[in-house]
Design a protein around this ligand. Sequence first.
Ligand code: HEM
Length: 142
Amino acid sequence: MDFIEEFKSSYERILGSSVGFKSDTAEPFFDYFYQCFLASSPEVANAFRNTNMGAQKQMLKRSLIYSVGFLASKESYAHMEKMARKHSRHNLNIPAPLYELWLDCMLAAVAKFDPKYDDDVELAWRLALAPAITYMKFMYDR
Ligand code: HEM
């Protein structure tokens, strides 16, 4: 299995191939992800206490865009470094376990909205998002 191809196909089935998440399932996908993530821990709700709902949803869309960009292109490293520094203990203070909740909720949303969801698709998303998650966690203490 080429996991990047598997990931891209699943991503396109849910979110479409155009920029801007214009598919019919894009909004329900992000709504589901958002509900799951906010309910996953009081720490998540606490991290967003000063952020309105629109900005929180925007953050989840951007977090996926940044993560996919990080997988695909070295050019996005500078943006990602800025974001990782913003999430580190010195700023937003987002510890490692919260990234696991983010990933689990992302996968719960993929399971719900990709009609072809199976173990290969799950593994493909986990592998595709691993570099971004690893990087964000790595930068927490730096
Ligand atoms: C790979 C994972 C993640 C990425 C790439 C990411 C990326 C981003 C981006 C792009 C923004 C918008 C900041 C801006 O435009 O200036 C943001 C904001 C934020 N993120 Fe994340 N994020 C990730 C995971 C998380 C997690 C797990 C949490 C935990 C609750 C979190 C909490 C926040 C908060 C509180 C904000 C500020 C929102 C605001 O007040 O506007 N992020 N993140």
